[in-house]
Design a protein around this ligand. Structure first.
Ligand code: MEV
Length: 426
């Protein structure tokens, strides 16, 4: 009987090295695997250990640069940290097509995040709502006292809204702080403010406050991008119509819309990870926004103008920062931000919206034209060949064969590798 246990009390107190030894024993890791875990590359083990808990290593992901981006007439190189092949190539290709139409245009709202304070057990919720509005100045002051730095750069709690909602456990009075986060993502600032004002809300409502937390449905922090792609650049009238049909499909069917939006996020999330922003927040906000009208739909729109050219647009919440959090801690995130050359978080959010639209265009063009698999498969085949154990020039030869035979599978890669290695190549 195996005597392994995952109950490791005090694990958090150990050094990464000590933790690795415990994990080694638990999972029968080899010395080679241990060495790989310990070689954390550009993210120093000490730094990694300060970023999260129970650290045993770092996880490298390829960092690629999408090229050709022109947003509001400014050139951008786009760093993307992503494991999926064809995303960087797709974004670059789409940005090239969009350049022919003058590039992307983009704008954004003020960087306002919403912090929610949930008050319950209130006999007169509608009266309490009015009382909270009456105390607005006191509440905003208390919130702003928490973050003089943010206030000094023009940010801070600017307004509030109160709503009464009916729930399974009775009515609740929800106060929503509107906090201008300037160049930070804002979760820390907003959560601190929400916690600080809770006693005032309790005093005013005679209720009990439970949750005090940011909302990831950042409807007051939206980024928008749009572009016109000449029909010639996109591949002709038929391709334009195919892309418009693909959008109509996504707009009408949530099963397609989820995949359509995933394609948009493929690009955005790559950049968000490269800059060490919170990609879960972006994903949550994007999907919640896509269902804001009651039915889950497409985040982008594709139409045709009077010349028959393709017109694309996108609008989605974009809670990203260029200071604060891990963005200025992680050495590669710092470099990624330098490559981006964005001066403010709103500018960054606009570039991200453009990247999402580009990624969407790349996917829809491929889907509506030659199908996604041709381009995808060649790249996917590389991973398969490498997984089969191929190295050096054998990777290319195996990829070529698998794509030619339309058999991009691990078993075939292994067969081909064995063939090449034994010199039985034919
Ligand atoms: C694959 O990662 C993304 C696509 O499925 C997006 C789409 O279908 O629009 C190609």
């Amino acid at each position: 009987m195996e005597k392994k246990t995952s109950q490791l009390s005090g694990f958090y107190k150990l050094s990464p090295k000590e933790r690795i030894l415990l994990v080694k024993e638990f999972a029968d890791l080899t010395d080679e695997e241990i060495n790989l875990l310990q070689s954390t590359g550009s993210l120093d083990m000490d730094l990694a250990n300060r970023m999260i808990e129970n650290v045993v290593g770092a996880f490298p992901v390829p960092l690629g640069i999408a090229v050709n981006f022109l947003v509001n007439k400014r050139d951008y190189l786009i760093p993307m940290a992503i494991e999926e092949p064809s995303i960087v190539a797709g974004a670059s290709y789409a940005a090239r097509m969009v350049r022919d139409g003058g590039g992307f245009f983009a704008n954004s709202t003020a960087p306002i995040m919403i912090g929610q304070i949930q008050a319950v057990h209130i006999k007169d919720p509608h009266g309490a709502k009015m009382a909270i509005y009456a105390a607005k100045e006191e509440i905003l002051k208390k919130a702003n006292d928490q973050d003089p730095m943010l206030v000094s750069v023009g940010g801070g709690a600017k307004d509030l809204e109160v709503k009464v909602i009916n729930t399974q456990t009775g009515s609740m009075v929800i106060t929503e702080l509107h906090v201008d986060c300037r160049d930070v993502m804002g979760a820390n600032a907003v959560n601190t403010m929400a916690e600080a004002v809770a006693p005032i809300i309790e005093r005013i409502t005679h209720g009990r406050v439970y949750l005090r937390i940011i909302s990831n449905l950042a409807t007051k922090r939206l980024a928008r991008a749009w572009c016109t792609v000449p029909k010639k650049a996109v591949g002709g009238e038929e391709v334009v119509d195919g892309i418009i049909g693909a959008h109509a499909f996504a707009a009408a069917d949530p099963y397609r819309a989820a995949t359509h939006n995933k394609g948009i996020l493929n690009g955005i999330i790559g950049v968000v990870i490269a800059t060490c922003n919170d990609h879960r927040a972006i994903e949550a906000g994007a999907h919640a926004y896509a269902v804001r009208n009651g039915a889950y739909g497409s985040l982008s729109i594709w139409e045709k103008n009077e010349n028959g050219d393709l017109v694309g647009s996108i609008e989605l919440p974009m809670a990203v920062g260029i200071v604060g959090g891990a963005t200025r801690v992680h050495p590669i995130a710092k470099i990624a931000l330098k490559i981006l050359r964005v001066k403010t978080a709103p500018e960054f959010s606009e570039v991200l919206a453009a990247v999402g639209l580009a990624q969407n265009l790349a996917a829809l063009r491929a889907l509506a034209h030659e199908g996604i698999q041709r381009g995808h498969m060649a790249l996917h085949a590389r991973n398969i060949a490498i997984s089969a154990g191929a190295t050096g020039e054998l990777v290319d030869r195996i990829v070529e064969r698998m794509v030619e035979e339309r058999k991009v599978r691990l078993d075939r890669a292994k067969e081909l590798l064995a063939e090449y290695q034994s010199g039985r190549e034919n």
